[in-house]
Design a protein around this ligand. Structure first.
Ligand SMILES: Cc1cc2nc3c(=O)[nH]c(=O)nc-3n(C[C@H](O)[C@H](O)[C@H](O)COP(=O)(O)OP(=O)(O)OC[C@H]3O[C@@H](n4cnc5c(N)ncnc54)[C@H](O)[C@@H]3O)c2cc1C
Length: 403
């Protein structure tokens, strides 16, 4: 007879930023965590870079901020550039200096962020067991436990059991699919292309976060780090032809030629074309399985609200799940997690990210585009308007509440 695997307190599926942050936070509360990750190493594709100021308090509480800041960097500036007219609107997080504890955004590549957490886990001997090369392919919710099937990179099957499972396995979540949950919403018709490129943007007057507003050359330009002299930057543009990823490369020259014209100073390091979604699972909890991050909700990344939402999910889920495992909290806190984080995504994150995308990648000549651009112009010299715009990410947080 097959012996049953031991029942672990918590298994997390996915060693992306959300999975690893949950693992670290739950382990900090003395609970052993097993992480099952499909890849054999940290996923390296160009993805999130910006951590809004409002998320930094949570990273600080979890003991991650200092290491993260040492690996990335803090910055305050923002710029909107109207590509057609050349008008620039600048403002900065200095407007929040008197009112918040971290009036900076952190810039740090998401793969480096995962590495930071792996280093902390090792340095502090936190009880996290990351099993690389394990793809979760089966899940069964029982009343008192969850049975999980995985397949190792060499094809060997593996079984696990856990009291609680967190599905943090990204937008294509196997966990969500195995629960039979749809991913309601829509996919935008165009592709975004995220490029990592060395280029002297600062010499050309760009700020470290610049939104280029234009129906054709709309872009998000964000400094990643100071490597290679001119610095490594993330330049993300929108490619209207979504039929084949291969053809993206053929058209890349036109976008680079317009915004990064000095070809001799330009060095493309990596790029990833991707489809964007506004999608959300109908529930973030089914019995003993919880969804977090992109597995629960996916948004286009204009304005950097994707990972931001995943971090705010994590801050709430870590306390709720650890409280339940330790018997300090009733399982209703997990329902509150599921309900509140879904509400925030549907009511705040997704509408804001959609409006950001429509504005930055739309025309300022339509009535809607002109109105959006005029709201940006009104930021000039209006401290109160700047502050209220900068406070928006804070509204995406769900404060923990003890029973
Ligand atoms: C190009 C790009 C740029 C972006 N820029 C920003 C930005 O600037 N700011 C921002 O806030 N957000 C941004 N986002 C969104 C951000 O990257 C995501 O919100 C973030 O990656 C979500 O993290 P996650 O841990 O939930 O999922 P993921 O990062 O997708 O991690 C999921 C992990 O689960 C693993 N996995 C998947 N299936 C299985 C399985 N069956 N078994 C085991 N493991 C599995 C994957 O290998 C992966 O390691 C961007 C996204 C993209 C694509």
């Amino acid at each position: 007879m097959r012996s049953e695997p031991e029942i672990k307190p918590v298994v997390i599926v996915g060693a992306g930023p959300v999975g690893m942050l949950n693992a670290l936070g739950i382990a900090r509360q003395g609970i052993p965590v097993t992480v099952l990750e499909r890849q054999e190493d940290v996923v390296r594709a160009p993805r999130a870079v910006v951590y809004h100021w409002a998320t930094l308090d949570g990273l600080d509480r979890l003991g991650v901020l200092d290491d993260a800041v040492r690996t990335g960097f803090l910055k305050q500036d923002y710029c909107f550039l109207n590509w057609r007219t050349g008008e620039r609107v600048r403002y900065g997080l200095s407007a929040l200096e008197d009112s918040v504890s971290h009036p900076f955004n952190l810039h740090l590549r998401q793969d480096r962020f995962v590495e930071v957490m792996l280093r902390i886990i090792e340095r502090e001997s936190l009880p996290v067991d990351v099993r690389w090369g394990r793809e979760v392919i089966g899940l069964r919710n029982h009343e008192d436990r969850v049975a999980i099937s995985a397949v190792c990179a060499d094809g060997t099957p593996e079984r696990h059991q856990a009291r609680w499972v967190v599905g943090a396995d990204g937008a294509g979540s196997a966990v969500r699919n195995l629960l039979g949950l749809p991913f309601d919403g829509f996919t935008w018709p165009e592709r975004f292309v995220a490029t990592d490129v060395v280029y002297p943007f600062e010499e050309e007057g760009y700020d470290q976060t610049t939104f280029v507003v234009d129906e054709k050359f709309g872009a998000i330009i964000v400094k990643i780090d100071n490597s290679s002299g001119a610095g490594l930057w993330r330049y993300t543009y929108s490619d209207p032809v979504a039929d084949s990823p291969e053809s993206v490369e053929e058209r890349m020259g036109e976008f680079f030629g317009a915004l990064l014209p000095r070809a001799e100073r330009r060095e493309l390091k990596a790029y990833s074309p991707y489809k964007m979604h506004q999608r959300c699972a109908p529930t973030f909890r089914m019995n003993r399985v919880l969804l977090a991050g992109d597995a629960a909700h996916a948004t286009n990344p204009t304005g950097g609200l994707g990972l931001t939402s995943g971090l705010f999910d994590s801050y709430l889920l870590i306390d709720a799940l650890a409280g339940v495992v330790h018997g300090r909290q009733d399982a209703w806190v997990l329902d509150r997690y599921a309900h509140e984080r879904r509400r925030v995504f549907k009511e705040l994150v997704s509408p804001a990210a959609s409006a950001n995308k429509k504005m930055i990648f739309g025309s300022t000549r339509t009535a809607e585009g002109a109105a959006a651009w005029s709201r940006v112009q009104q930021l000039v010299g209006d401290e109160q308007a700047v502050r209220s715009r900068l406070m928006f990410p804070k509204s995406l947080e769900t404060p923990a509440r003890t029973a």
